[in-house]
Each structure stands twice: as structure tokens, then as C-alpha cells.
Design a protein around this ligand. Sequence first.
Ligand SMILES: Nc1ncnc2c1ncn2[C@@H]1O[C@H](COP(=O)(O)OP(=O)(O)O)[C@@H](O)[C@H]1O
Ligand SMILES: [Mg+2]
Length: 276
Amino acid sequence: MIAAPKPTRVDAQPPGAPAIQVQGLVKTYRSQREGTVRALEEIDFTVADGEFICIVGPSGCGKSTLLKILAGIVPHSVGTVLVRGKAPRDADNRLGLVFQAPVLLPWRTVLQNTLLPAQVLGLDRAASQARAHELLRMVGLEQFAASYPSELSGGMQQRCSITRALLHDPSILLMDEPFGALDAMTRDTMNLELQRIWRESGKTIFLITHSIPEAVFLADRVLVMSPRPGRIIEEIRIDLPRPRDLDTMSEPVFAEAVRHIRRLFGIGAQDRPHVD
Ligand SMILES: Nc1ncnc2c1ncn2[C@@H]1O[C@H](COP(=O)(O)OP(=O)(O)O)[C@@H](O)[C@H]1O
Ligand SMILES: [Mg+2]
């Protein structure tokens, strides 16, 4: 009898395979008010395993739509979207998600909200508890572990949503303007913490931000989007050494990258001579 061939594992990844592959992505929404809305137009990009990618683009250009497609929450209309070589919905355990709004469960404490993925994924209780406390310490929420979301500021709620996203140690983190609600100092701290987590864990991070300096500070590559329908108009590699610290922001390479992206959006260009 001939032995049946060994089944190939569908989740097996060749080394160096991209974490995210997007090709020819188009997203159209049907809305009662506006009819058909073309939100994303011919998006192509690849994110390498372990890469830190930031997305910047004007409000309404489809950034959140793109993230929700990668997370498998919203279906795309045309094109190919692969997360670790699979359709986004099949890759869920490996993802950590942070949305623009914290979306915490109001009847659960900070600790219980952080532990949500452990419950959903059936992870070991004691190990998850220890990790939750460690994460809460990291974001400065340890004293608020027993508080309810309504007792926290917006920034503190968002920090809790970040601990929740990290609890199950996902290999890919998708973050939608995670620090938008934080004050400037907390934001600097969170940027440094996120860089540290990324460097220590080798995670792939895909982060949307409104802040051009934040994108340049964090990213290996910044993807710049056009107004709706969103397209990627430029990819900028940020060749600043790691680890970056707050002094990085006074380096010429940093300032030049920020200025370049601002010009793409027409910010600060009006006081310069027009060049064709
Ligand atoms: N569920 C939806 N139904 C219809 N239109 C939507 C829906 N979600 C988003 N849009 C539209 O798609 C465009 C992109 O939205 P979004 O992805 O939220 O942009 P961004 O995050 O860049 O601000 C906007 O014009 C928005 O109004
Ligand atoms: Mg958005």
C-alpha cells in the first residue's frame, strides 16, 4: 500500500514570509445617504515580519477601513488581503487590536478587561493574571486594576485597551490612532514603551496615526495615503538608528522626513516659492 502523502500544514510559513500582503485592494461601502462610497482604491503593500509600519493620511481617507479589513472585521470588495498567508478572519488569534475609541466593557474592572482575551482564547489563568499585572504596571495602571472604566480618564481607558491587546502576546499588532486621546507627555512615554515592546518581542506593528512626527519616530516605513478614495501615494523608509529616544526628534533626518510628509499634504508649503 502506498502511504498517503503527509498533509502540508496550511499555517506553515516559509521563513521571512511577509506578515501582511495586500494587492489591488479596493473597498466600496454602500451607504443610504451617499449611495456607493469608494473608500479605498488600488492599495498595494507588503509588511515584512517584525516590521514597524505607520500609516498617515487625511481624515476620512480610509485608514480605519484598511485596519478593519486586515483585522477581518470588514470584508474587502476587490483584491487580495493575506495576514500570515491567510484570509484575515482565519488569522485572528495572532492579532492584537487597538481601536480609536477604547471600547472597554463597562461592567468589568480594568484587570478584567485586560484579561478578556485570556477568557476568549482559554489561556492559562494564573499566567494570564501575572501578565495582566505586568502590563498594567507598564502602562501605569496598576493602582487602577480594580477600577471600572467609568472611573478612568479617556487616556487611561485607552491604556487599558492597549494592555488588553497585548495580553495574549499577539505576533501582529494593529493599532488605530491608539495615542490620539493621550496628553503629550503620556504619549511620549507610550511611544517609547511601544518601541521597547516591539524591539523586545519582534512583533509586527501596523499603526495608524494623525501625527506625522509620531509616525516618523516609530516607523521603519511610513505609508502616506491620499484623500478619499485612499491610495498609498508614497512609502518613506525612516533610516534613523534604534533605539530612538526623544533626542531623535532633533536630528536632521527626523526633521527632513517630517517636512517631506507635511509637504505631501500641502502643510507649510504655501509660504515657500512654488516649484513646478
Ligand atoms: N460602514 C460604513 N458605511 C458607509 N461608509 C463608511 C462606513 N465606514 C466608513 N465609511 C466611509 O469611508 C470613508 C473612510 O472612512 P474611515 O476608514 O473611517 O477613514 P479614516 O479612518 O481615514 O478617517 C469615509 O468617507 C467614511 O465616511
Ligand atoms: Mg479612522
